[in-house]
Design a protein around this ligand. Structure first.
Ligand SMILES: [Zn+2]
Length: 339
């Protein structure tokens, strides 16, 4: 069972580890040691900041590490708990899933106290860290498989006051697009467990691929701080897009299965639009080329819905059933509050 020497109630700054027993061929009594920083200032809300839920997503890992080094208790109104590389074995292996148990951290919730390593981490969050937190920030990108327009995103949770808190916190990230998404690929997600506990949950998809442009690192780091100020955990003045002379974030939704386009067959995927482009139903957003029969007309990937191309597949070589594109339609904040 996971244990830690960190005292989450102690004022000040602590750097420690979440330790999960992991016995293997060359480590009989070994632990997986997941770095964790806690900074407690005064009385105030608690935010849990998570990077590396998927090991091949670096924007959040860097933003959380930098913030963990920078923070002092004087800067924090309440408490901030930071885990830069949540699926630590996956982060060290540059993989989406844990190399120790093959598990996807973002399908492992609520977790098991004596389960595989990934499941034990999920269980500790579900039963210890989520209950002591008011705000949970889980920073993703598309990893090696997907590329997104850099966006903060969220589920349309049924509880309206919670939904409004989440919308405002999502918008505080300040990204050009903010994205309401649906779960088309399984259950056991970290944000869903946190949402079910009534928390203000903010998640992101800040680009993708293994290379991270400087501009995207900046969005990750500035957005994270601004959300923490917005929710009253970090001291400072909240910045707005308006104050920076930018237009409001474009709120978009992909709440239906038809918004997620899957490859009908394997081959080389060619995207036909740039990320962020507007598409109409019937537009061919990409093609699957048949390696073995280049004389054949490529299979078109046709948009079923209107909106913006917010995500596309990164590796061109594609298997049948891979998600190759996501189309998200504009929605107003009022519509999102009432839907
Ligand atoms: Zn992810």
């Amino acid at each position: 069972m996971l244990f830690t020497r960190i005292d989450f109630e102690r004022p000040g700054k602590q750097q420690g580890f979440l330790q999960v027993p992991y016995s293997h061929n060359l480590g009989g009594w070994a632990n997986v040691m997941i770095p964790c920083t806690v900074v407690k200032g005064g009385e105030g809300p608690t935010a849990l900041v998570l990077g590396g839920n998927h090991g091949d997503e670096y924007q959040g890992q860097v933003a959380a590490m930098k913030l963990a080094r920078e923070l002092t208790p004087e800067m924090v109104a309440g408490r901030i708990i930071l885990i830069p590389s949540l699926n630590f074995p996956a982060a060290k292996a540059a993989t989406r899933l844990s190399p120790l148990d093959g598990m996807n951290m973002n399908r492992a919730f609520p977790g098991q106290p004596e389960g595989p390593v990934t499941s034990q981490i999920a269980h500790f969050l579900t039963n210890t860290l989520f209950p002591m937190s008011d705000v949970i920030i889980d920073i993703h990108s598309g990893g090696r498989s997907m590329d997104f327009v850099p966006c903060s995103h969220m589920h349309l949770v049924p509880d309206k006051p919670q939904r409004e808190r989440m919308l405002k916190a999502m918008l505080a990230w300040g990204t050009d697009f903010c994205f309401l998404y649906a779960d088309i690929a399984g259950s056991g997600l970290l944000p869903v467990e946190a949402e079910n506990q009534g928390k203000t949950v903010v998640t992101t998809e800040l680009g993708g691929g293994e290379g991270v442009p400087a501009s995207v690192h900046r969005i990750a780091q500035s957005g994270l701080k601004n959300v923490l100020i917005h929710v009253g955990v970090l001291k400072g003045t909240e910045t707005t897009r308006e104050g920076q002379g930018k237009s409001a974030s474009v709120l978009v939704q992909a709440l239906h299965r038809d918004d997620y386009l899957l490859a009908p067959e394997s081959g080389i995927f060619e995207i036909a639009f740039d990320l962020g482009a507007e598409v109409k139903p019937g537009d061919t957003v990409g093609y699957i080329h048949d390696l073995e029969r280049p004389d054949r007309t490529p299979e078109p990937i046709v948009a079923k819905t209107a909106g913006y191309l917010v995500c596309c597949r990164v590796p061109c070589l594609t298997n049948q059933g891979d998600c190759v594109a996501v189309i998200a339609a504009p929605m107003s904040v009022d519509e999102a509050l009432q839907a």
